[in-house]
Design a protein around this ligand. Structure first.
Ligand code: MG
Length: 170
């Protein structure tokens, strides 16, 4: 017998990588970062929000970002990834999932993200309607190694925890 106050928990993980291109603004976690290059992508190229979306979808067993928002669909061309994230948050809410926390690692050589971490946290927390302290943002260099180390791309790893009350099964 399952008690009404019991919760079920799910973890999810998401990754993404986008290459730098000239002539585009750099969007990370819904925030415009001053930098001479942006990230290539069918949407705004926000590699942080894409990894968070995949982590959320993974935890809820709802598939992946490419299936929900196909890059072959002109509807999503140049789209604002914040809108995609809110769409996913709405889907989770319909299924009664609460987001416990989000942990994010941004792998990049440049720019330095220290001055923008709080703003990124605030933006993601507000889009997901969760507490500022439920979002963590870490930035790591790749020690000069590979495409990340050469400053050709930014990669992101994100992990989330979801919880919801069990439906009473009596
Ligand atoms: Mg992506």
């Amino acid at each position: 017998m399952v008690e009404e106050h019991d919760h079920e928990y799910r973890t999810g993980i998401g990754t993404d990588i986008h290459r730098f291109i000239e002539g585009k603004k750099l969007m990370l976690g819904g925030v415009v970062i001053p930098f001479p290059q942006g990230l290539l992508g069918h949407s705004d190229g926000d590699v942080v929000l894409h990894a968070v979306i995949d982590a959320l979808l993974g935890a809820a067993a709802l598939g992946d970002i490419g299936t929900l928002f196909p890059d072959t669909d002109q509807q999503f061309a140049g789209s604002d990834s914040r809108i995609l994230l809110v769409d996913v948050k709405d889907r989770l809410q319909e299924l009664r999932w609460l987001i416990v926390n989000v942990d994010i690692i941004i792998h990049l050589e440049n720019p330095r993200l220290e001055p923008f971490k709080a703003q990124i946290k605030r933006c993601i927390a507000s889009l997901l309607e969760i507490d500022f302290n439920a979002v963590n943002v870490k930035a790591k260099t790749n020690e000069g190694l590979g495409e990340i180390g050469e400053g050709l791309a930014i990669a992101v790893t994100a992990a989330v925890l979801l919880k919801r009350k069990y439906k009473r099964t009596l």
